[in-house]
Design a protein around this ligand. Structure first.
Ligand SMILES: [Zn+2]
Length: 636
């Protein structure tokens, strides 16, 4: 039977350095503003001091307080990543203090959750459907693995191992154990990380059990509800789809329910396909990916249109103005595609990562780094703004950990191969076939598509350099040491493969043509019929009210033919929004003269031509508040 093992090994973020004008300043803002901000908010809202176990809470407790342990855990993970690339004694001392608090909150039996230790100790593990205990455990595990890798200190790792052992003793198929699993997937992918950090195969088996048992009949959430004396039908979310537990995942045909939960579960499913060499899990991931990508994802990499279930609805249901598109869901999408990418190095997955990173993810944090979007709509009448914190604050620490470990998405290695998935000025230190290889990218990406790659190695080495041809890129050119690469084969899996004996100082000049492109949505997306969006390279653009002098943006229509004929100018504006390329072109705007006192009339309104300015979607809501719109009316 053919193996389905991953052929690629992602290069850790600690080996990747950015010195560009796009990501490097953002990683620095994340380190100096966002990570301290998230800490202060966790402190101010009492979820760090909660680990001192001397708080008082009412019962019933609001759900957001019940899963409060997860946010300091995500902060600890983000801060540990930051420490790993940027040594900082003060931060390390703070991290160690928080880690120590967490360790001291652990009970003698290994249990580690502040709410169910202090407020409702008799309700431990009694409502896995709603109460997020294992979700919190998962984030503590991810934090502990990051802390151990950044500092080499084992205490927190040992503590979460005792907690994982406690969970392993309580849940499973063996006699005397409960056949439960968490309503919010997260612990599964965390246990796989813990398995890699400790080599303890029991954690891998526990993760496999949680994924396999989920959705099985008789349904565990029904059983535990009856045990609590509750009616299982009295479930506020109405359906276990919300918890990713309506059927076993292998029987699922569409991506459904709560979008973050779906992404965290599918990340674990994809990990387990590799770990357990399980084609049924990879087929499941492929099937659900196909449904998501062809019917359920926004142009920005946002997913989950509905606020009602924080997630998915029906195929092609992608309203722009009311899009929920939670920040954590796009982060989960990026994490999942990162796992899929490593199997065969198919650029489709890197395309999704790029779409998410430069658009739906990046929109979630303000340029100054201290306010955040929870929801990332693609149009706004001007009332949607970033906030410094949320009652349910899952997104800000998730943003912080993603930016602090951003380099993890950029490169992979194989036996005699290097994959360059993404482009940004900076360098990477690799080991291929036992030899050190250093690559340096010189580029102004994402503002232009020219990338120079300098190869630095101690002695000549034969390896294949795979360069991604992004999905948006229609033409490219390649030169090696100044000469056109004439014998280059067409891309395989979306990557140009350059196999040769590389020598110190070899230079690849890769040029991806980057024009202003129009994007249309499938006609079944009824909200977007007759509308067009603008994209250049990986960046999706939008119009913002502040650039258009009070004109209602929905009255503006652009001519797609004019865009394709090169009628739109690209201008680099170093002074605007921390440095962006803007797009400028002509548009038609409906004239509202002569409508006074009239709601309807028999004559068509006239239009006049105006100049419009499009800015990168990610940068909206960083100036005067106002309207925003990605999908524009098209002149046809
Ligand atoms: Zn969130």
């Amino acid at each position: 039977m053919p193996t389905i093992k991953r052929q690629l090994e992602p290069v850790p973020f600690t080996a990747v350095a950015f010195n560009d004008t796009f990501w490097a300043p953002r990683i620095e803002v994340n380190r100096t503003v966002t990570i301290p901000h998230v800490y202060q908010q966790c402190e101010a809202t009492g979820c760090i001091s909660a680990f001192d176990l001397n708080f008082q809470r009412p019962v019933p407790t609001p759900i957001v307080l019940i899963f409060g342990d997860s946010d300091p855990a995500k902060w600890l993970e983000a801060a540990s990543y930051s420490l790993a690339t940027h040594p900082d004694r003060e931060l390390e001392a703070l991290i160690d203090r928080v880690a120590d608090k967490i360790i001291r909150a652990q009970q003698t039996d290994g249990y580690l959750n502040t709410h169910f230790t202090v407020t409702q100790p008799d309700m431990r593990w009694r409502n896995l459907r709603d109460w997020h205990e294992m979700y919190c455990a998962g984030h503590l595990i991810e934090a502990a693995v990051a802390h151990y890798q950044a500092t080499g200190k084992r205490e927190l790792l040992d503590a979460v191992c005792r907690y994982a052992d406690h969970i392993d003793a309580a849940f499973g198929r063996e006699p005397g154990k409960k056949r439960g699993y968490c309503g919010h997937p997260e612990i599964e992918l965390a246990l796989i990380k813990l398995y890699h950090a400790t080599n303890n195969v029991r954690y891998l088996k526990l993760a496999s059990y949680f994924v396999d048992e989920r959705g099985a009949q008789p349904h565990y959430f029904d059983l535990e509800a009856r045990e609590r004396g509750d009616d299982p039908a009295n479930f506020w979310a109405k359906t276990y789809e919300y918890c990713q537990a309506q059927v076993p995942v292998r029987e699922q045909s569409k991506v459904v329910g709560h979008a973050v939960r779906a992404m965290y579960l599918l990340s674990a499913v994809t990990d387990l396909a590799h770990e357990n060499d399980d084609p049924s899990l990879l087929a499941t991931a492929d099937r659900l990916w196909d449904n998501l990508l062809t019917r359920r994802m926004y142009l920005t990499g946002g997913i989950g249109p509905s606020r009602h279930n924080e997630g998915f609805t029906a195929d092609y249901d992608l309203p722009d103005e009311t899009a929920y598109a939670e920040t954590c869901a796009t982060i989960g999408l990026i994490q999942w595609n990162q796992r899929l990418l490593q199997f065969a190095g198919d650029s489709l997955y890197a395309d999704v990562i790029e779409r998410g990173l430069y658009n739906g993810f990046l929109s979630s944090v303000s340029l100054e780094g201290s306010t955040f979007f929870y929801e990332n709509p693609l149009a706004s009448v001007g009332s949607h703004h970033r906030q410094s914190w949320f009652e349910c604050p899952c997104c800000p620490p998730n943003i912080a950990r993603t930016l602090a470990s951003l380099g993890q998405y950029f490169y992979s290695t194989g036996v005699h191969d290097v994959w360059v998935h993404h482009y940004a000025q900076g360098s990477v230190q690799l080991k291929v076939a036992g030899h050190e290889v250093r690559l340096r990218q010189i580029t102004n990406y994402p503002w232009d598509g020219d990338v120079k790659i300098e190869v630095d190695l101690h002695r000549p080495q034969t390896l294949t350099l795979h360069l991604r041809v992004p999905g948006w890129c229609e033409h490219w050119q390649l030169r090696i040491n100044g000469a056109p690469a004439t014998d280059l084969k067409p891309p395989v899996n979306g990557y140009l493969a350059i196999e040769r004996e590389w020598r110190m100082g070899d230079v690849v000049d890769y040029s991806m043509a980057m024009s202003v492109q129009t994007v249309w949505a499938h006609p079944a997306v009824r909200y977007l019929e007759g509308r067009v969006a603008l994209q250049r390279g990986p960046i999706v653009y939008c119009l913002e009210g502040v650039d258009h002098d009070g004109i209602i943006l929905d009255r503006i229509a652009i001519d797609p033919k004019q865009v394709l004929a090169g009628g739109w100018r690209v201008e680099h504006r170093a002074d605007l929004l921390d440095g962006v390329n803007i797009l400028r072109g002509a548009a038609q705007v409906v004239d509202d003269a002569g409508w006074e006192g009239t709601l309807y009339r028999h004559t068509e309104p006239s239009s006049k031509e105006i100049d419009v300015t499009a800015i990168p979607y990610y940068a909206w809501d960083n100036r005067a508040p106002g309207e925003m719109r990605v999908w524009l009316r098209a002149v046809r």
